[in-house]
Design a protein around this ligand. Sequence first.
Ligand code: OOB
Length: 583
Amino acid sequence: MSGAEAPTWPEEFAARYRAAGHWRGETFGQLLRDRAAEHPDRIAIVDPTGGRRWTYGQLDRRADRLAAGLLARGIVKGDKVVVQLPNIAEFFETIFALFRIGALPVFALPAHRETEIRYFCEFTEAAAYVIPAEHGGFDYRDLAAKVLTEVPALRHVFVAAGDPGAFEALSDVPLDPAGPLAVPDPPAPGDLAFLQLSGGSTGVPKLIPRTHDDYIYSLRGSNELCGVDADSVYLVALPAAHNFPLSSPGSLGALYAGARVVLCPQPGPEVAFPLIESEGVTITGLVPPLALVWTEAAPSSAYDLSSLEVLLVGGAKFSEEAARRVGPALGCTLQQVFGMAEGLVNYTRLDDPAETIVTTQGRPISPDDEIRVVDDEDEDLPVGATGHLLTRGPYTIRGYWKAPEHNARSFTADGFYRTGDVVRLTETGHLVVEGRAKDQINRGGEKIAAEEVENHLLAHPSVHDANVVAEPDPYLGERTCAYVILRKGAEPLKPVAVKKFVRGRGLAAYKVPDRVEFVESFPRTGVGKISKKDLRAAASNGPDSAGGWSGSASAQPDAVAAAPPASTPSASNPSPSTPPAQA
Ligand code: OOB
């Protein structure tokens, strides 16, 4: 069952998924070729920056020319290329060129910084890194220059937009292949197409290997359930590389259908609403905080939003009250989506009763998605009971990329993925997300692994121990609170200094704790483990409510005189994985 780099589906399952017509032997390179042949002059990509509109024929041709140029630079099948691009047309030119070659995009987000990018480049032994010159006031060329000195194996940096500075402009790479592009060894449908990032709950993000066949099946299934066809216009409001706007049904679903993809440089109403009006956008996807903002802005907006038929909301739990407001405010159908980059995606159906749409997170795409709701001992629970969600199916991975130890924990012996989500199944087969068992903060759809941030806090010379938990936030749903125990005798620290330290470690800004609280000790469970549950309860009671456990019988002093060095395991991190910064 185990491939060299990642476990894959056992042949009996693969055969079943093929026989059912889920896996149809398609590849991304070929699907764009087919759409371009069917309707070369239809618009595929609208990029309002620079007023660009590429037809299917043009996108196909651009992908071919870039692929030829990349091949000439020595980028070959199986190579990894870290792609960190905002919502610009070159994102699609780049990934389709790589798909054609069989090189694998590694989907970084624009928010990622030195720590994450260095780790992706090192861990995947990336051959190239594709960036914009600048975006959101940040200079990616400086970041690339740092990463290049630290990761000598990285051979190329390509700048896809703006002044390339010391690097090569992506626009200088394309070559005119003599005749149709000849790829020496084109990818097969069962080959890996790309590596997606997991939200993660461990010290470093895990990479998710997705194949052409499995991902394209999820696109086809999503299109069907979301009503996407050749006349649809999909607005990419969230970062293009994230799994939700990429595939649920997302830009790739839209391209699969021969529809139009409109790139939104910013997700706020002031930028998105004019685009909805001018491009006749029919469908888009948002995380809950943005859906709230759109819902509030729409009734008084001067823009005509009547083309919008479907608003998908997911990535984090959408409250029932907020869900009820979407239809009246935006005049469209709400579709809740509960998905994960590892695979399984659930949608409420467009024709579900209104109550189902506002109170559940949908049901799986595929009749072959297997869902189990289990207790702590992996025993199946009856319908209606709340438990851990396990899943297996035709587009859910069987293991992370190069992570055998982690895979042994995250997957059951018979291949079910342990999602870390706590759910309840309704009589109609819909899922209701009730909570989370994984040690993660879901900050308005952005996932933060507590352990990753804890490891960075532990690297501070004055920090003896640290625990990071979620606290409720009216807008984001959750934000992060870090509880920190200082070393005995250490200079007192201010919360702002701790945040600055974490930011200075080169982390994406959304991972920097929103609140830092200094405590003398951590609450303990009956068996003496640190109780994150109690920390979460304290965090939700607001500032200065922590520490109530200090005098309790189960409390033990945590700050010891002879504190261990910052990188050694501590009480809350018995075996912290090496943070990317120290990798
Ligand atoms: C999407 O993908 P990821 O990989 O960033 O995060 C997956 C996790 C889920 O395991 C769950 O914990 C949470 O995000 N989540 C939701 C949710 N949708 C995702 N929790 C509650 N309610 C929801 N509706 O976030 C993602 C991928 C594809 C489509 C949509 C979202």
